[in-house]
Design a protein around this ligand. Structure first.
Ligand SMILES: *Cc1c(COP(=O)(O)O)cnc(C)c1O
Length: 388
């Protein structure tokens, strides 16, 4: 609720409809395809597959569901280990627990803020020595920035461990000209309300392994054996996307490129206005990659600036502006106490440093220039207050 005298709330990342959504929804109503199957689902899957350049895609109820399906398809079960980026949203790792398996967290490196190939290599070496190789590696592309895929893919190939690319935040990004989400055995996208395009809730599993995706469809619809009576011989899930929501997705995909450009423009304006301030460093963009800049993220050097991340966050909150710290690394979460963690280098935990100094700014593609200037002025004031 808006308080009296308070300015309009600026959100971190709010849904931004393209205009065609209701046409697809109306079509679903007119043809009575109000179900977790139907023409919008089929078309949305084909359109995403063609957009990112993979053989097939399976539309599901969330990004989390897509990760869970990928782990099931790779036969991850109790007692297995799965390597996972530590600097991410909890949804990257929760499905490991659903399967009764154990996560092992891998630190970030400073150039992409994503999985450190150096730490991954050490983790692989130790796993190999222990005779306990992971069943999969979940690599996250944080805030739209691709991880160092060449290095990570090469290590995973060397140890023959499949990759699940958690591209929930990086739809529309590229790495050396190739679409984010297409570097692993499986790729995962999310269409949650805060993502670059949304179906309110939804996700997509992509792969070039058509047989595996056929099985994904089977598992996602309660694993019904081919019989007239209801017969089941494996555990299934109810994970398919609604035909109504797929209609929203089709219209959103039509404007994805615009959304990427809008977010990149916001990022550029933030860097123009704040990048010159000593002690402020924006999240880098690796050479030969393009980030969709889902969220503009930066770090604050408190010693140089004299203001902490938390003090800037509270100043923004007072002005009715939603901003957030960078994801709290999963190895620091109470949920994962005691879980193994591999540092980037002996005396540097990059993800912990990013968490302690990092900040995500409002980055919605529907934000106006005036709104963005409000955010920028507020940050400048928060810094000046302390310098006085
Ligand atoms: C949003 C997100 C997910 C989960 O997607 P949902 O559709 O919300 O289930 C997984 N991983 C990352 C990195 C995310 O940002």
């Amino acid at each position: 609720m808006e308080q009296k005298g308070q300015q309009k709330r600026i959100f971190l990342s709010s849904p931004h409809m393209g205009g065609n959504e209701l046409n697809y929804i109306n079509e679903a109503f007119e043809t009575n395809w109000i179900a977790p199957i139907g023409p919008n689902v089929d078309a949305f899957e084909k359109e995403i597959a063609s957009y990112v350049g993979v053989s097939e895609a399976v539309a599901v109820s969330s990004g989390t569901a897509a990760i869970h399906l990928a782990l099931s398809l790779l036969d991850v079960k109790k007692g297995d280990q799965v390597f996972c980026s530590t600097l991410t949203f909890v949804a990257s790792a929760n499905p490991i627990l659903y399967q009764g398996a154990e996560p092992v967290f891998i630190d970030s490196e400073p150039e992409t803020w994503n999985m450190s190939p150096q730490a991954l290599e050490i983790a692989f070496k130790e796993a190999f020595m222990d005779g306990r190789m992971p069943k999969a590696v979940i690599v996250v592309n944080l805030y739209g920035q691709s991880a160092k895929m060449d290095e990570i893919v090469s290590l995973c190939n060397q140890y023959d461990v499949p990759i699940i690319e958690d591209a929930a935040e990086s739809l529309g990004s590229t790495y050396k000209g190739k679409a984010s989400g297409t570097f692993g055995k499986f790729g995962v996208f999310s269409f949650n309300g805060n993502k670059i395009i949304t179906t309110s809730s939804g996700g997509m599993l992509v792969s070039n392994d058509v047989e595996a995706l056929k099985k994904a469809r089977f598992l996602a619809t309660q694993a019904k054996d081919p019989a007239l009576h209801y017969q089941h011989s494996t555990i299934g899930f109810n994970y398919r996307m609604s035909n109504i929501l797929a209609g929203i997705g089709r219209a959103q995909l039509e404007v994805l490129e615009e959304r990427v450009q809008a977010r990149r423009l916001l990022f550029n304006r933030y860097t123009q206005e704040l990048g010159f301030i000593p002690g402020i460093n924006f999240m880098p963009e690796l050479k030969h990659t393009q980030s969709n800049r889902w969220l503009t993220a930066l770090t604050i050097d408190e010693k140089v600036i004299g203001t902490s991340v938390y003090s800037i966050l509270s100043t923004l909150a007072e002005e009715n502006i939603e901003a957030r710290p960078v994801w709290k690394p999963l190895h620091m979460q109470p949920l994962f106490v005691g879980v193994k963690y591999y540092y980037h280098s002996e005396n540097s935990s990059v993800s912990e440093h990013l968490f302690n100094t990092g900040l995500c700014l409002p980055s919605g593609s529907n934000m106006t220039v005036e709104e963005q200037m409000r955010v920028i002025d507020c940050i400048k004031n928060a810094i000046r207050e302390k310098v006085k």
